[in-house]
Design a protein around this ligand. Structure first.
Ligand SMILES: [Zn+2]
Length: 245
């Protein structure tokens, strides 16, 4: 019998964060109802899951769902994983996905996980995003991209790519590449983590993994097709920077 585990690797990073993401109305409405989606959603019930595609030397990690109510990138992750599934042997690298960083928060359609903003707590030992950071180091990830959506009246309130010039200039290079390729605005800082603390992107850049945060515009807790397709374009542009596809 065909088994997804035989084609892609999977692992549970943390079990207390599991949830039925299908309970998120707008997420479930837009995802493809395929056996593959059902498999990924089934793994999310068990906890924060990581999925591996390909086997090349270059290693990338794509993260979404750090904020559970930011729906577009979580749908885009599913769409991209399904694409890669059909292309697994031709990948010029290894691509790890964490499509639902906190399935429980996605199920509840909320930003927080256990009263924590996960994109402000990655430096705190034991936090869910700190576990992701440590996993990225354990796997020798060459670059990480974290995908979000922003509502028009929040921060940044517009489509863009957060990156920084220091300590890793490659963060800025990846950001400007994605910007030139698809038109998202570059939102760069001089030094990672100088504006606020604990963003997953910043903690990666501060610990020698070049990283960016990609934002598309969408009201929180909601998505239209155009928003998740835009997030998918950002993901593909990130992979394209590294010539993985
Ligand atoms: Zn966010």
């Amino acid at each position: 019998m065909f088994c997804f585990e035989d084609v892609i690797g999977s692992d549970i990073l943390f079990s207390d964060s599991g949830g039925f993401v299908s309970a998120n109305y707008y997420l479930f409405k837009h995802i493809p109802k395929t056996p593959f989606s059902r498999y990924i959603l089934g793994e999310a019930v068990k906890g924060t899951s990581i999925f591996k595609f390909g086997s090349g030397d270059l290693k990338l990690m794509l993260v979404s769902g750090v904020h559970g109510n930011e729906i577009p990138p979580q749908i885009a992750s599913l769409l991209l994983m399904e694409k890669l599934l059909n292309n697994n042997n031709n990948l010029n690298g290894t691509v790890y996905f964490i499509p639902f960083l906190s399935p429980k928060s996605t199920m509840q359609n909320v930003r927080w996980f256990n009263n924590n903003d996960l994109n402000r707590s990655s430096a705190i030992l034991g936090s869910l995003t700190n576990k992701v950071l440590r996993k990225a180091h354990e796997l020798n990830i060459d670059s990480l991209a974290d995908f979000h959506s922003t509502s028009i009246n929040s921060n940044p309130g517009r489509e863009g790519i957060f990156c920084s010039l220091k300590p890793l200039y490659e963060s800025y290079e990846i950001g400007t590449y994605i910007s030139k390729k698809i038109g998202s605005e570059v939102l760069s800082f001089d030094v990672a983590g100088s504006a606020f603390k604990g963003a997953l992107e910043d903690e990666c850049n501060l610990s020698n993994i070049p990283a960016v945060t990609c934002e598309v515009l969408s009201p929180h807790g909601y998505t239209k097709e155009e928003s998740y397709l835009r997030s998918l374009e950002q993901m593909e542009a990130f992979l394209s920077y590294f010539n993985v596809l």
